[in-house]
Design a protein around this ligand. Structure first.
Ligand code: NAD
Length: 462
């Protein structure tokens, strides 16, 4: 069992590990066994305010650290993450149930992101451009936004926080991070490693607790300049409304319904392997080795969808029940589930189930399959299996998702490419790639007039 040190039962505020002001705690549970791994603060708005004040004060210094110096700290963090990879993966498996092969991948994603973005510390490029006027220079630079509120889900408890926190830091922002309620220990340990790498106090703060108390206080606070959120569409759109009213920036990664088209000329062995991995990796919450879903609440939600599918007339081919064999009965295990005879309009075909349940829908043609896939309200990723290069390239053009895979399952994004979705999956921002820098920086244009006199043409034009 991974060691949970005493610090990980506290919030991280201004470089110190502190209890919540109300002294309330909440347990972190192992969904495979039901055992309690530790207790973390059940924080309230006063804790969030303290973290925001620390971040606001730290911003004045951190934004002036030369970006290559910020990068050195992040490179060091990446090295520490490499050293700690196995322990982090084991802690993650215990806290949210993904099998070890997958949690190692999750940690590796955070390592990759940290190395990749640290490299940007020596670039963070703006550009120079000719001015309209003689004896005048013009250029633009990136500047940080301010205090960033980071709110994340439990299915990728290190990768997703890293996609937000690391780019926010390299741009010179400071951060208040609220990890998911089911995965606070991984979030705290990640922050602890960043702290050990040399982040000054207050640059990264962590407040654990519920979405309603901690998340909302973060969203509502006027000193938080931007919210970077990943989670369900329902929560994300609620946050977007609040940010909209306050004129606050918001970057959203929300729900998904990733589908694959298998054409009649596909390599079926390849497609089968890839799609089993896509459907049942992270227990369908994103293998054939399937861990538990994250909680009994989530398991009941998944089972509710299975009942809906049966009522709608889909045929249950396999699964559709809690796994109750031996020691598995103690945890939140759900049997991998397949439906066929699924119509595109059924709820199991349209809505996000977020569990190990997959549907087979027959399309009449390539065009029909594309139309079915595009009919869902989400747009994160999609894939097509075919040996026909023309169909593959047409799928790239016609699938309205942020990511398209050819002859590959719907998972496997790499940190140096933009990541994000269309429609109700996102709001136009991207994580990963260099595009993520646009989320966490403002552009500032600079004009330098060295003519020594007032250049009137510019004034006339204005
Ligand atoms: P969720 O929306 O319930 O919670 C996400 C985070 O928001 C948590 O930290 C939660 O505590 C917080 N939160 C809840 N209510 C809040 C409020 N009123 N104000 C502020 N914060 C609040 O989602 P979840 O169940 O943790 O995660 C699963 C969802 O995340 C799925 O819909 C999945 O598709 C989505 N997800 C999307 C991506 C993507 O890249 N698009 C990646 C991973 C997960």
């Amino acid at each position: 069992m991974a060691t949970v040190t005493p610090e990980l039962s506290k919030n991280l505020i201004n470089g110190k590990w502190v209890e919540s002001t109300g002294r309330q705690t909440m347990p972190s549970m192992n969904p495979a066994t039901g055992e309690v791994l530790g207790h973390v603060p059940k924080s309230e708005s006063a804790d969030v305010v303290a973290a925001i004040e620390a971040a606001k004060a730290a911003f004045e210094k951190w934004r002036k650290y030369p970006a290559p110096r910020r990068a050195e700290i992040l490179f060091h963090a990446a090295e520490l993450l490499v050293e700690e990879k196995e322990n982090l993966a084991r802690l993650m498996t215990q806290e949210m149930g993904k099998v070890l092969a997958e949690t190692r991948g999750d940690v590796q994603e955070a390592i990759d992101m940290t190395y990749f973005i640290a490299g940007e510390g020596r670039r963070l490029r703006g550009y120079t451009t000719p001015s309209e006027m003689p004896n005048k220079a013009a250029y633009c630079i990136r500047v940080p936004v301010g205090v960033v509120g980071v709110i994340t889900p439990w299915n990728f408890p290190m990768a997703i926080p890293s996609w937000k926190i690391i780019p926010a830091l390299i741009c010179g922002n400071t951060v208040v991070f609220k990890p998911a309620t089911y995965t606070p220990l991984v979030g705290l340990r990640f922050a602890q490693i960043l702290q050990e790498a040399g982040l000054p106090p207050g640059v990264l703060n962590v407040v654990t607790g519920s979405g309603g108390a901690v998340g909302d206080a973060l969203v509502e606070h006027r000193d938080v300049a931007i919210i970077s959120f990943t989670g369900s569409t329902e929560t994300g759109l609620g946050i977007a409304q609040k940010c909209g009213r306050a004129g606050k920036r918001v970057s959203l990664e929300m729900g998904g319904k990733n589908a694959a088209i298998v054409m009649e000329d596909a390599d079926l062995d390849l497609a089968t392997d890839a799609l089993i991995w896509s459907a049942f990796g992270t227990s369908g919450q994103r293998c054939t080795d399937v861990g538990p879903v994250v909680s009994d609440t989530q398991l009941e939600r998944v089972h509710g969808y299975v009942e809906v599918g049966q009522k709608e007339g889909a045929r249950l081919l396999v699964g559709g029940r809690r796994t109750a064999q031996g020691t598995l009965a103690r945890g939140s295990f759900y049997t991998p589930t397949f439906f066929d005879n699924v119509q595109p309009s059924m709820r199991i075909a349209q809505e996000e189930i977020f569990g190990p349940v997959t549907s087979i829908i027959e399309g009449k043609s390539f065009e029909d399959a594309v139309a079915i896939l595009n009919s869902v309200e989400y747009g994160l990723s999609a894939s097509i299996f075919t040996r026909d290069v023309n169909k593959a390239m047409r799928a790239v053009d016609d699938l309205f998702t942020g990511i398209v895979y050819i002859n590959h399952g719907t998972i496997g994004a790499e940190v140096h490419l933009p990541f994000g979705g269309t429609k109700n999956t996102g709001n136009g921002h991207r994580e990963g790639g260099l595009q993520v820098l646009d989320v966490f920086s403002e552009w500032k244009s600079v004009y330098i007039d060295y003519s020594g006199h007032l250049q009137r043409a510019q004034i006339d034009k204005d």
